[in-house]
Structures are given as structure tokens and as C-alpha cells.
Design a protein. Structure first.
Length: 464
């Protein structure tokens, strides 16, 4: 009996040990499950970024970041029934003949191609004319300035002096300076290729150092016009602003633009914060309404008011609609902004309709959102923070609803960087910003930018 009990107790001890081992295994598996669940959650969150990637169509990213190219493009513009190309009833245009051609060549048959008889004595009859427009070979024109002395009868020796600006034995004239500035800033030609172009096209041997010297000289000549553009922007009630990164010798700096429909001012600063704005616009913006994106630096200024760029907001809402397809909040907010833009376009911003827009907006800003849709919540909080600056364009017709003008003004920096890679010096970036400000302002006022630069090149600046 005792032996049987001993065997039974041994079995019970064995079972208890197995239970302990199983409990340890369950505990280990539970811990491993929790760890794997955390990893799955992190991977799911990471994967969601790739399921709904951000691009220029649904965020503030530039088009240059869309690589590889999106297979399905999206646009905030509503589709129309128009087909691509010229529309029905559109009058085509062709080259027009010049009333007074430089050269006229007469083509008259001299003999009969049938019998060979001489036709020189026969009366000719005009049949028709055609013109060929071409560019003649362009060769440099060299002006030599010679000095002479003249002695007066009184004995005084009178000496002539060189014109202002003629400071070197050989230098390049106004048209050459203007062309180099135009090709560099407007056509984005890098300095090395610009030197090659001048040699191939005109036979001018201008080194890269010489081109850099000319661009710096043109910057000094344009400084007065450049400052007048800045002052003109400051005097305007509503101005748009934007900024973009600029690679200067592998160091990131920032190109800032402040513009309106008649003028564009671009400046370079190492900083992206509000102190850059204070440095560029030293007088302050207490008389201006800023149209910008949601970058916080703009809201630290002393501007009268602000207007958020609705194009930015709609792109972000497009991303939220793509990512959270079940949620309707982003769709309704996007529809509200779109309706407001329609009212603006149709000039139908009555008090009742504007109040309806604002009331719906207020309801959307306090509507509860599923806590799992973090990005929607973040966007909603931003709308609450800047609620006074979303629909200002409905109250004031002078306020544009988007900041597309500023984006266009700053985009040329990205094109320049894409062609040249980077600026070698801070002064080089400032030179580009100065000349580009003059060019863009000229274009906005329907002026020939090359002609404006040529007029600036005529300014006599005494340089050593």
C-alpha cells in the first residue's frame, strides 16, 4: 500500500512539474505574442505610408519628388467635356508676312523651257510671293575708345578721359552683359555652358570667371530696381509669400519670395524661421495680409491678417480621402472648400451663403473623429488653430484663395538647381535672386525682360 502511494505521489509531482513547465511556456508564448503584435502594428503603420504615398497631387511636395512617375494622375481641376487640342471654332494662326522685307529677290524665267526662246524682252507678270525669315550671322561689334590731348594757347595741356564704365583695356558692353544675365537667370543656362554658347554663337571667348564678374556687376546695377520692387511689394495690401530650399555649396539655405500680381521679390537667407522674414522685410508687415501655406514662421509676423492657401488644403484632404476611404470627414471638408471657391468664382458671396459656409466649417472643426485616424485629427486641429484664416477670400475680393502665384515665383529656383545642381556661393544665389526678381516683375507687367535688363545694363557704375 505504501509503495502504491509513493508511486502515486511521484506521478502527481511529475504532473505538477509539467504544469509548471506548461505555465512557463504559456507565459513565454504570451510575451512573444505581445511582442509580435507590436511589430505587426508598427509594420502595418509603416506599410500604410506606402499604400497611400504622398505626392504633389495630395500634399505640398514639389512635382520633382514624384519619382517614379505616378501612373494615375490626379488634379484638383474638375473634368470638362472638351477634347485635347484646338477647340471647334478656334481660328488658327500662321506666320504673317512682313510688310517691308530687308531683302527682295526677283525670280523671273529667262528662257522658255518648251522651245528655248529668250524671254528677257518679254513683259513679266507678278504671280505671287513668299518670305523666308532667318537670323543673319551675328558677329561682335568692337568700339575702340581713343584718348587725345590738346594744348591750349595759354599752355595748359587738356587731357581727355574714358567714358564712365570703360575701366579696363578690354571689356564687354551693355548688350553682352544683358544677354549673359538673361540667359543665366531666365533660361537657366549654367555658367560653363553659357561660356560655350557665347563662343559657338558669337565667337566671344568669355571665361566662366568673366561671366561671374559680369553677373555680379549686373547685380550692382540692378540693386536700385531690386529695392524698388521690394518697396512696391510692401506697399501692396495683399501679398503672397513662399520659401524653398536652396543648395549653396552643399549647405541648405532658403529662397524667400514676397509677391503680388505686379511684382515679384526674391531674397536668400540661411534661415527658414521668422527671423528671415524680419531680416528681409525690415519694416515689418503690419500693413499687409499674407497669403501662405501653414508654415508657422508666417504666423509669427506682425501681419494684419492671413489667408491659408486652399490649394494646399485640398491636396492634403485628397491624401486623407485616399488613406481613410471609410471616413467622410475629409470628403466633406474638401467639398466645403470647393463650394466656397465656386461662390468666389461666380461672385456669389452673399452674407447668407458665407455664413452657411462658416457654420458648416465650425461644425466640422468640433466633430468627433476616430482616434485611430491620427492624420485627420491633426488636420482638424490645424483648422481650429487657423480657423480665422481659411475663408478670408470670401470677405475680401482682393484676397486670392490660393498661393499659386508665390509657388510659381519660387519654382524657378528648383528648375535652376535641377539644371546646375547647386550654387557655388551665397553671392551667386543672391545674384540669381536679384536678376530673377527683375525678370519676373517685367513679365508680370507685360514687358520684354531682355529689354529691361538691357536698360539696367546701360546704367553707368564705376567699378575697379
Amino acid at each position: 500500500m505504501t509503495e502504491q502511494l509513493s508511486i502515486l505521489f511521484n506521478k502527481i509531482d511529475g504532473l505538477l512539474n509539467r504544469i509548471d513547465n506548461l505555465e512557463s511556456e504559456v507565459s513565454r508564448l504570451t510575451s512573444e505574442k505581445q511582442s509580435l503584435s507590436g511589430q505587426v502594428k508598427d509594420l502595418t503603420k509603416l506599410l500604410s505610408k506606402y499604400e497611400t504615398p504622398k505626392n504633389s497631387q495630395n500634399s505640398s511636395r514639389p512635382p520633382s519628388s514624384d519619382f517614379p512617375k505616378q501612373q494615375k494622375t490626379q488634379s484638383l481641376r474638375e473634368p470638362t467635356l472638351k477634347k485635347p487640342g484646338g477647340q471647334f471654332g478656334h481660328e488658327g494662326s500662321t506666320l504673317r508676312m512682313v510688310p517691308a522685307p530687308n531683302i527682295t529677290e526677283r525670280h523671273t524665267p529667262c528662257y522658255c523651257i518648251c522651245c528655248g526662246q529668250d524671254l528677257s524682252q518679254q513683259q513679266e507678270c507678278f504671280v505671287g510671293k513668299r518670305q523666308v525669315i532667318d537670323i543673319p550671322p551675328i558677329v561682335p561689334m568692337v568700339t575702340e575708345h581713343q584718348l587725345f590731348d590738346r594744348r591750349c594757347q595759354c599752355g595748359h595741356l587738356n587731357k581727355a578721359s574714358y567714358p564712365i564704365g570703360v575701366t579696363a583695356p578690354v571689356s564687354y558692353g551693355e548688350n553682352t552683359q544683358a544677354l549673359i544675365s538673361y540667359l543665366s537667370a531666365r533660361q537657366y543656362v549654367p555658367i560653363k555652358r553659357l561660356s560655350e554658347f557665347l563662343s559657338d554663337m558669337f565667337g566671344l571667348s568669355v571665361s566662366t570667371g568673366g561671366i561671374d564678374y559680369i553677373l555680379n556687376k549686373m547685380t550692382k546695377k540692378a540693386s536700385v530696381v531690386y529695392e524698388s520692387i521690394r518697396q512696391d511689394v510692401l506697399r501692396t495690401t495683399v501679398i503672397g509669400a513662399d520659401e524653398t530650399g536652396v543648395n549653396i555649396n552643399s549647405t541648405n539655405n532658403w529662397a524667400w519670395t514676397f509677391q503680388h500680381e505686379r511684382a515679384t521679390f526674391i531674397a536668400i537667407h540661411p534661415n527658414r524661421g521668422s527671423k528671415a522674414i524680419d531680416k528681409i522685410m525690415t519694416e515689418g508687415l503690419q500693413n499687409n495680409i499674407l497669403v501662405t501655406d501653414c508654415w508657422s514662421s508666417y504666423f509669427k509676423t506682425n501681419a494684419v491678417s492671413h489667408q491659408l492657401c486652399t490649394a494646399h488644403l485640398l491636396r492634403e484632404l485628397t491624401f486623407l480621402k485616399e488613406k481613410y476611404k471609410i471616413d467622410t470627414w475629409a470628403t466633406r471638408m474638401s467639398g466645403l472648400i470647393t463650394n466656397a471657391l465656386c461662390l468666389r468664382r461666380e461672385n456669389n458671396t452673399t452674407k447668407a451663403k458665407v455664413e452657411q459656409i462658416l457654420n458648416t466649417f465650425a461644425e466640422l472643426t468640433i466633430e468627433p473623429i476616430n482616434e485611430e485616424r491620427i492624420e485627420v485629427i491633426v488636420f482638424q486641429k490645424r483648422m481650429v488653430k487657423y480657423s480665422d484664416y481659411v475663408f478670408n477670400f470670401l470677405h475680401n475680393k482682393d484676397i486670392p484663395p490660393d498661393n499659386n502665384g508665390s509657388e510659381r515665383a519660387i519654382r524657378n529656383f528648383k528648375v535652376k538647381l535641377k539644371v546646375s545642381g547647386f550654387f557655388k556661393s551665397f553671392a551667386g544665389a543672391v545674384t540669381y535672386a536679384t536678376i530673377r526678381s527683375v525678370i519676373d516683375t517685367a513679365i508680370k507687367n507685360s514687358q520684354n525682360p531682355l529689354e529691361i535688363i538691357r536698360l539696367i545694363a546701360q546704367c553707368k557704375v564705376a567699378t575697379k
